[in-house]
Design a protein around this ligand. Structure first.
Ligand code: NIG
Ligand code: FE
Length: 386
C-alpha cells in the first residue's frame, strides 16, 4: 500500500544542503522503500494510507555506528568514582569481561534486546554492535552470534583489551585474535575494530590485527585517540579504515591525514560526558574537511546511554556543532561510517527509516535536553513506537 507522509513542519532529506530544512514537502513510501518526495501540492492522489505529521519535523532515522551492547553487569560504582575525580582507564573493561563470561546466552540476549528497544525509542533505526567483552574464542563468537540477531552491522572487537590470562604474553593473545578467533568470527562479522590507546593495543599490534581482518574481507574501524594519541590514526590511514572513533585528542596533522584518507571521524560525546573529559572541538574537524559522525558508544563503562538526543545536545553545546551539523552527523554521517548507501536519506529508492518529532523543528532535539522529542519511529515504513 502507498503511504503519504504529509503536513510536515520541516523535512530533513539529507539530499543537498540548500536549504537543509525543507518546508511544504511530503513523501510517499511503499513496501519499506521511499518512492516519491516533493511539494505536498504535487503528492500522488492514490495513497491508501496517510501519516499526518501535524506540523512537526520529520527526519531520517538515526544511524548509531558505534555501540557495545553485548555485556552483562554494570559499572555504576566506577562512574561514581570518576565523578569524584578518578580518571577513566581501560582496565575497567576486565570487570565487564568477567560478568559477560559468566552470563547465559539468554541474559546477554535480553539485555541487548532491551537496549535496542531504547535505541528505537531514541529514533535509532540502524545500529552497529561490537563484541569485545568475551575476549576468548567461545565468548567473542557467542557475542557476535547474539549481536547478529539484532543487526547486520556486527563488529569483531576481540582486540578490546588484553585479557588478564594473557597479561604476561600479549603476543600470544594477538596471535589468537589474528588466527583462530578471527576465523571463527568471520561468519558473524562485517567489521573489525581494535582499541588502540594507552592501556589497550599499541599501533603495531593494531596494524597486525586490522590487516588480518581486512585480508579476510572485513571492513576496518578503529578506536583511537580517546585517552591519548599513540599513532592509531596512521594505522587507520594505512589500512583504509572507513571510520576512526573517539578522537578526543587529535592534532592538526592527524586531522589533515584523516581528511586526505576520506575517513569518517566518529565523535562520541557520551564518553567525554561520562568520563569527565574535555570535549573535542568539532569546528576543527569541519575546517579540516573531515566528515563527522555522531554515535552513542553505548557500553557499561564509558558511555551508558542509548539516547542519540543526548549525544546531539552535547555535540551542539559542548563540541560547537550547529544543530544541522549534528543531525546530519547522527544520520548520514553514521551511514557513511557504516559504508551504507541505502539509509539516512529521504529520496526515492532509499529505505523508509524515519522519525516524526513531537516538535516543529529539529532544534528541539538540542533545545529540550533530557525531554524526549521523538513521537514515532518508522523502520522500513513500519511504526516502532506509538
Ligand atoms: O568505546 N574505549 C574503549 N572501549 C569502550 C569502553 C569500554 C568500557 O569501558 O567498557 C569505548 O569507550
Ligand atoms: Fe567503543
Amino acid at each position: 500500500m502507498l503511504t503519504l507522509v504529509r503536513n510536515i513542519g520541516e523535512l530533513i532529506t539529507n539530499e543537498g544542503s540548500d536549504p537543509y530544512r525543507k518546508s511544504g514537502c511530503a513523501f510517499t513510501f511503499s513496501e519499506g522503500l521511499i518512492n516519491w518526495v516533493g511539494p505536498e501540492a504535487d503528492a500522488p492522489d492514490n495513497c491508501g494510507h496517510i501519516i499526518d505529521a501535524a506540523g512537526c519535523a520529520v527526519l531520517p532515522g538515526f544511524v548509531d555506528s558505534h555501540s557495545h551492547l553485548i555485556f552483562a553487569g554494570d559499572r555504576s560504582a566506577e562512574f561514581a568514582a570518576r565523578m569524584n575525580g578518578e580518571p577513566y582507564a581501560a582496565g575497567g573493561i576486565h570487570s565487564t569481561v568477567a560478568a559477560t563470561r559468566a552470563a547465559t546466552d539468554s541474559e546477554l540476549r535480553s539485555n541487548c534486546a532491551s537496549l535496542v528497544d531504547e535505541f528505537h525509542a531514541s529514533g535509532i533505526t540502524t545500529c552497529e554492535i561490537k563484541s569485545g567483552y568475551g575476549l576468548d574464542v567461545e565468548n567473542e563468537i557467542r557475542s557476535l552470534r547474539i549481536a547478529r540477531e539484532f543487526t547486520p552491522e556486527t563488529t569483531f572487537l576481540g582486540a578490546h583489551v588484553i585479557p588478564r590470562e594473557f597479561a604476561c604474553d600479549p603476543k600470544a593473545y594477538v596471535d589468537l585474535v589474528c588466527g583462530e578467533m578471527l576465523t571463527a568470527a568471520l561468519p558473524y562479522s562485517r567489521w573489525i575494530d581494535v582499541f588502540c590507546d594507552r592501556g589497550a593495543f599499541n599501533p603495531d599490534q593494531a596494524r597486525r590485527i586490522l590487516r588480518a581482518g581486512a585480508e579476510a574481507g572485513l571492513l576496518v574501524k578503529l578506536h583511537a585517540n580517546q585517552i591519548e594519541s599513540i599513532g592509531g590514526i596512521d594505522v587507520a590511514c594505512e589500512l583504509g579504515a572507513i571510520s576512526v572513533d573517539h578522537l578526543t585528542h587529535i592534532s592538526d596533522s592527524e586531522l589533515k591525514n584523516l581528511a586526505g584518507a576520506g575517513i569518517v571521524a566518529t565523535l562520541l560525546p557520551g564518553v567525554e560526558f561520562s568520563t569527565r573529559s574535555d570535549y573535542p572541538d568539532a569546528r576543527r574537524f569541519y575546517e579540516a574537511g573531515v566528515e563527522v559522525a555522531l554515535a552513542t558508544d553505548c557500553n557499561p563503562g564509558s558511555s551508558f546511554t542509548t539516547s542519540m538526543q543526548l549525544v546531539i545536545a552535547l555535540a551542539v553545546r559542548e563540541m560547537h556543532m550547529s544543530v544541522d551539523q549534528a543531525i546530519r552527523a547522527a544520520t548520514l554521517g553514521g551511514a557513511h561510517a557504516l559504508a551504507r548507501t541505502d539509509i539516512a536519506v529521504i529520496a526515492p529508492g532509499m529505505k523508509a527509516d524515519f522519525m516524526v518529532l513531537s516538535a516543529p523543528s529539529i532544534d528541539f532535539l538540542a533545545y529540550r535536553p533530557g525531554v524526549p522529542q521523538i513521537a514515532h519511529t518508522y523502520l522500513a515504513g513500519k511504526a516502532l513506537t506509538t
